[in-house]
Design a protein around this ligand. Sequence first.
Ligand SMILES: Cc1cc2nc3c(=O)[nH]c(=O)nc-3n(C[C@H](O)[C@H](O)[C@H](O)COP(=O)(O)O)c2cc1C
Length: 207
Amino acid sequence: MAQNVLIVTAHPRSGSLTFAVTERFKQGLLDAGHSAEVLDLHRSGFDPVLREEDEPDWSNGSKKYSAEAEAEMERMRRHDALAYIFPIWWYGLPAMLKGYIDRVWNYGFAYGASKLPHQRVLWIGLAAATQEQLRKRGFDEMIGHQLNVGLAHYSGIAESRLEILYDTLSSDQAYMEKLLDDAHELGVHYDQWHAEHAARFKVGTEI
Ligand SMILES: Cc1cc2nc3c(=O)[nH]c(=O)nc-3n(C[C@H](O)[C@H](O)[C@H](O)COP(=O)(O)O)c2cc1C
């Protein structure tokens, strides 16, 4: 089924590999008949610091947040699926994207009485480390657990998956082309979700 996907991307440099991956992923979505909008957090001037006006009021699940946070919630409501593309920094989200989540996936919208309406989220993280290096210390599981369970499952998204693109500082041209082809494939196959992911992170299962 054709999906209208919001792609949120976070990188200080628009010539970065993260941006090339974003472009190829978006093209893959379009090639498969989906539609997509890219939110470029750095170029849009998004402020990632959660200030007092965006702090949840635990006694009021319908609090009005800052205009910027409310506008981004509205942008999310206009899409039925999500993708986040980011470099892995210190084994987690870069501060820009973490701050966006803090402010926009807010109480009463993403969690609490009301949850996110989206069916699916794909997280695409870029890592300088190899798969073996990340796996050796369980970092791939750790990052996936935070994003799939801590964020997506908690916020009512039934299908959440992390794909890591490894070895991003490689000087091997053929490898880098393959990496970009993989990003395109992730877009093309966006709605061919693995059954095990759907089962594992199904809403309602115990965390
Ligand atoms: C502040 C910072 C922290 C980083 N932390 C990690 C890390 O924890 N694990 C890792 O594999 N790479 C790490 N890296 C490397 C980035 O993931 C790498 O530079 C990026 O994937 C390359 O893509 P880009 O050109 O789009 O930035 C870090 C880079 C920076 C600048």
